[in-house]
Design a protein around this ligand. Structure first.
Ligand code: ADP
Ligand code: ZN
Ligand code: ZN
Length: 726
């Protein structure tokens, strides 16, 4: 969309800029600025420049009353047109010394914006380091000088080169299959996308490192992605030990803005050899990219859950094709989409990825034996009493480990002390005033906290409804479990890791270190501890209450639970000296459920084939393609009203395209958060291109519609393409 002639730009471009004042502007350039989808500005804006600017250059341009950073998108073909400052505003300044963002970067942004239905400007500006967007040319120059001076100091010489382990036969086979030319020839097809399907502890990381080494040897850069910031320090240490003397940088949301800018610059200038990062790292410009690795590719953290809801895993695959570099997706429990893509066509899959397998654990370590504890056979608690958190047999098993000096990991995916407080007299419950959810009782600071909107208050002395003094916690969270275990096993040292105890910077590292140092016998935790950590002395893992996922309405709940339990099991028996007799306990009311049966055999393949059958019958991904239209309003009617009309507007189009279903709008699972009502409408399509066409053509209708619905109480709306939760 072109910018209409604005008011005359009278002030001289940025007084005191480091660059010479720009001569009289004459050439039209198109610049992307941050403009959300909802503003209706979906494309670049027109500005004037004195000379043609290369696409990808960063500039400062006037926008309304502000001067903002933008990316030169493309220069219209030079024609005879001469523009003057009363027709278009001139570019204020160009950020000097910054190489333009490469074509591949711009193509990735364009794809992501189109696919996820966001404006180009929003997408582009969202993925640049926040600090880069705020500096003007003078500030930028100063920053750039400091940065280059710091770079002049040579990387430290490696003190001791780590001895390489001998590859296991499975690793060798995989690496032989991956031995492809690292620099693809001009005109050759893009290399394959690989799924490395390997058990936890099969040595996938070693494969990543060896393959990374090949790329580095060939003079290329490596992008190594992990799902969570928590997991970057461990991998960073391993990568640093292996590639001493190389430039390794990390990119994730836990960095300071200055660090993030620095690391991003090193990558963009081609000076960083390895970029280790979370989902946002997928957008890092890398001029010498030679390999992309996505570790734990199934992890939901790769999907951004607000704003531009992109999947970094899927974008990584796209980027690999675009830049002709191999992409290596690794997991013990691949997402069903990836599994389907890697399944040969002869086996009913798409045969799009190449599958590589490493079924065995390295060394003598074996996966723990899975024991399903049938809760229906446990003694019934006396009336009015709560069943114990752990069955006696499980408690005994843990006590045995404690006595032997081994560690246990007890998983409960609910933080806080108790999910709800209740009055024994009138039945009052600790509901959140602003959300359709209960507030959670946290005993440490005696607060009631809403895990949705954050509303926190001290626990009332008496029931706010009837004044009764007997209000009591119902149910159990990690805090209570920790307390009960300490009571039941007074000789054991019990520790806890969840989002509450790791809020402070460094707290998680400290907690993990104390587990590694053997200062904790029993570790209570949420899913946070199930991932990635290499605990050496854990020989028992217990899932306290995993049944809920079996009957959840979300079609991905089972897949996620299976991955979590298997990953948790992978924490046990990693050290061969204690692996013998390691166990994974599952407390359940449904010991014969197929999910647990498959888990007990560590049979991901069987589990996946069952799930795929169900998905195919139900018309769900990967056999169908989904988008969710979400709306938030002052009332449920406002939110749903918008969705109903949004569907009506595009019904005819959907019918034309064919194979598309628009479901009736429904309230979301937690329908009110912070006094805003939320609703959603599912769109299901047989083909991805049809879905994309529908969305592209619908967006303008919905934008206009949203304007009409704002006075009627619509607050926000968004499209979520390939939603994780429905
Ligand atoms: P995964 O990522 O598949 O869960 P890891 O890469 O963490 O597995 O490997 C598990 C353990 O095995 C690590 O301690 C790692 O150092 C070790 N390891 C990996 N490959 C080898 C090998 N070829 N020889 C000896 N030890 C290895
Ligand atoms: Zn009461
Ligand atoms: Zn709330």
């Amino acid at each position: 969309m072109s910018k209409k002639p604005g008011p005359l730009f009278s002030a001289p471009p940025s007084a005191g800029a480091a660059t010479d004042p720009l001569p009289a502007p004459a050439i039209r350039v198109r610049v992307l600025v941050e403009a959300p989808q909802h503003s209706g500005l979906t494309g670049p804006l027109d500005y004037l420049a004195a000379e043609s600017l290369p696409p990808g250059a960063l500039v400062r341009v006037p926008l309304g009353r502000r001067t903002v950073t933008g990316v030169v998108w493309d220069s219209p073909a030079p024609g005879g047109e001469v523009w003057s400052a009363d027709q278009l505003k001139p570019v204020a300044e160009v950020l000097p010394d910054l190489p333009p963002l490469p074509l591949a970067w711009r193509q990735l942004i364009k794809f992501a914006a189109t696919y996820y239905q966001r404006s180009l400007g929003e997408m582009a500006m969202m993925v640049l380091p926040p600090e880069l967007r705020q500096l003007d040319a003078v500030q930028w120059s100063r920053r750039f000088k400091r940065l280059t001076k710091a770079l002049a100091t040579p990387a430290s010489e490696p003190d001791a080169v780590e001895a390489l382990p001998n590859l296991t036969p499975e690793q060798q086979v995989v690496l032989d299959a991956l031995a492809l030319p690292v620099t693809p020839e001009e005109g050759t097809p893009a290399p394959a996308t690989y799924l490395l399907w390997g058990s936890t502890g099969s040595g996938k990381t070693e494969v990543y490192l060896r393959q990374a080494d090949r790329a580095l040897q060939a003079g290329r850069q490596v992008l190594l992605m992990v799902p969570e910031i928590n997991l970057t320090p461990q991998l960073e240490a391993r990568v640093a030990a292996r590639f001493a003397g190389r430039n390794i940088v990390s990119l994730h949301s836990g960095l300071t803005p200055a660090q993030r800018l620095r690391n991003w610059m090193l990558a963009h200038l081609g000076l960083a050899d390895i970029v280790l990062g979370t989902r946002l790292a997928v957008f890092t410009p890398l001029p010498r990219l030679g390999l992309v690795v996505v570790d734990e590719e199934h992890d939901p953290s790769y999907k951004q859950q607000d704003g531009a809801r992109y999947s970094a895993r899927d974008l990584a695959v796209y980027r690999g094709q675009l830049e002709k570099v191999p992409v290596l997706l690794g997991s013990a429990t691949p997402s069903l989409e990836t599994w389907f893509n890697a399944l040969p066509q002869a086996e009913g899959g798409a045969g799009r990825y190449q599958r590589l397998t490493m079924p065995s654990r390295v060394g003598q370590g074996a996966m723990p034996r899975v024991r399903r504890l049938d809760l229906s056979r446990e003694p019934k608690p006396r009336l009015g009493q709560e069943a114990p958190a752990l069955a006696q047999a499980l408690l005994d098993a843990i006590a045995e480990r404690v006595a032997r000096g081994e560690q246990s990991l007890v998983l409960l995916n609910r933080r806080g002390y108790a999910p709800v407080l209740q009055c024994s007299d009138c039945g009052w419950k600790s509901e959140c005033m602003q959300c359709s959810a209960f507030r959670v009782f946290h005993k440490v600071d005696r607060t009631l906290r809403c895990h949705h909107c954050g509303l926190t208050d001290r626990v009332p002395r008496a029931c706010p409804h009837c004044g009764n003094l007997d209000i009591h916690p119902v149910g159990r969270g990690t805090e209570k479990l920790e307390e009960q275990l300490a009571l039941a096993l007074p000789d054991a040292r019990v520790g806890r890791i969840d989002a509450d105890v790791t809020k402070l910077k460094g707290a998680l590292e400290d907690k993990l270190a104390s587990v590694h140092a053997g200062e904790v016998d029993i570790l209570v935790g949420t899913q946070m501890v199930a991932k990635g950590h290499d605990f050496r002395r854990i020989t028992l893992v217990a899932a306290v209450n995993p049944d809920a996922a079996l009957f959840a309405s979300d079609f991905r709940a089972a897949e996620r639970q299976f991955a979590l339990l298997l990953q948790a099991a992978g924490r046990a028996g990693r050290d061969a000296s204690v692996a013998e007799g390691s166990e994974m306990w599952v407390q359940t009311w449904h010991p014969d459920h197929p999910l647990y049966a498959a888990l007990a055999r560590y049979d991901y393949e069987f589990f996946a084939s069952q799930q795929l059958k169900e998905r195919q019958m139900a018309g769900l991904p990967p056999y169908a393609h989904l988008a969710m239209l979400r709306a938030e309003g002052k009332t449920q009617e406002a939110a749903q009203g918008f969705l109903v009309e949004a569907a009506q507007r595009v019904e005819a189009l959907a019918a034309d395209l064919g194979g598309i279903l628009l479901y009736p709008p429904v309230p979301t699972a937690v329908q009110r958060v912070a006094n805003i009502e939320r609703a959603q409408m599912l769109i299901e399509a047989e083909s991805r291109p049809a879905l994309q066409r529908l969305l592209v053509r619908s967006t303008e209708h919905w934008l206009a519609l949203a304007q009409q619905h704002r006075p009627r109480g619509l607050v926000r709306w968004a499209v979520d393409v390939d939603p994780l939760a429905i």
